[in-house]
Ligand binder design. Structure first.
Ligand code: 13P
Length: 338
């Protein structure tokens, strides 16, 4: 499997999706704090090895997004974690951005950095086995936000990153996330839809200008949802309808797949929304998951840093991944959760 098109298609194999295990050291520390586990390199390695040795990797996971540290880590029997992943049939990928940094002159807004030296880093990551990459831009909604400058700067960064990836033989995951959180109670589903359309439109214009081959990339967006403090609830059907309408208007059919982030939804919400989109619509692209929290939360809790819990944690992960694999085919129902 060599060409960008083949890799991108394999990443969205029907019934499978991506495991986002690329939490930065700061983010995984927050996750470990919630289960009272020290955030050491050894614990991060043990936790991720537990996931990568699970049955779900063969059944429902097409690829894994790694943090740079994991690319060099070695499992308990001396096998590189990257080789563990490849042995399951899943594709290893790597988060390459250097994080969202404050955007000068725009209080409360960020721009994602990491382009300097990226060409050289990508060559190293490819040598170590990575075949796709991820770059996340965060766009927040609040009074007067997002600004055009934040939308434009983030879209431009995503496009330059994507072109560099393709030059290196690496499939770019393009992740413009309109974040759910924020204090504004007026941030409802329709406002999310408007901003998501604006952002996607800008991103695809930039990708066109940067001569990115759309068939050799994967889009990783937010779903269209009410903000966390919105007073207006949205049903599963409304989320599915508004998300699909937004993507049909803005995402060219040449893109092979859309792999959603979970963004703070509960495990069941993330599965139910994905299922509703796949069950009720005839779509030009594969629609699947690239979840972090919504795939790992139950497994993390079951593991709690103890080796005697590994089987229970793997069972929890297998279940969640299987549910999302079914949702990617529109074949999930809540009765399967028990
Ligand atoms: P969540 O599914 O937890 O939002 O994480 C996905 C991700 O990779 C964010 O960049």
């Amino acid at each position: 499997m060599n060409t960008l098109h083949d890799i991108a298609s394999a990443m969205v194999t029907r019934g499978q999706g991506l495991l986002a295990a690329d939490e930065s050291t700061g983010t995984i520390k927050k996750r470990f704090d919630s289960i009272n586990v020290d955030c050491t390199a050894a614990n991060r390695c043990n936790y991720r090895e537990m996931l990568f040795r699970s049955q779900a990797m063969k059944d429902a996971v097409s690829g894994v997004i790694l943090f740079e540290e994991t690319l060099d880590q070695i499992g308990s029997d001396g096998t590189r974690l990257v080789d563990l992943i490849t042995a399951t049939g899943a594709i290893p990928g790597i988060k390459v951005d250097k994080g969202a940094k404050p955007l000068a002159g725009h209080p409360g807004e960020t721009v994602t950095e990491g382009l300097d030296g990226l060409r050289e880093r990508l060559a190293t990551y490819h040598d170590k086995g990575a075949r796709f990459a991820k770059w996340r831009s965060a766009i927040s909604i609040d009074e007067g936000r997002p600004s055009w400058n934040a939308v434009k700067a983030n879209a431009h960064g995503l496009a330059r990153y994507a072109a560099l990836c393709q030059e290196a033989g690496i499939v770019p995951i393009v992740e413009p996330e309109v974040v759910m959180d924020g204090p504004d109670a007026r941030h409802d589903i329709d406002q999310c839809a408007d901003v998501t359309r604006w952002v996607l439109n800008t991103v695809f214009n930039e990708l066109f200008d940067a001569r990115v081959d759309l068939e050799g990339m994967i889009l990783k967006p937010n779903m269209v949802l009410p903000g966390q403090n919105s007073t207006k609830h949205a049903s599963v059907e409304e989320v599915a309808e508004k998300t699909i309408a937004c993507f049909k208007a803005e995402v060219p059919a040449a893109v092979p797949g859309i792999a959603f982030l979970s963004g703070g939804q509960s495990d069941i919400e993330a599965t139910a929304h994905l299922n509703a989109m796949n069950a009720a619509h005839d779509l030009p692209w594969a629609l699947t998951f690239s979840y972090g929290r919504a795939l790992q939360a139950a497994a993390l809790k079951a593991w709690s840093g103890r080796s005697e819990n590994i089987i229970a944690a793997q069972n929890a992960f297998d279940h969640r991944a299987r549910m999302n694999g079914l949702a990617a085919c529109g074949k999930w129902s809540e009765s399967l959760e028990t």
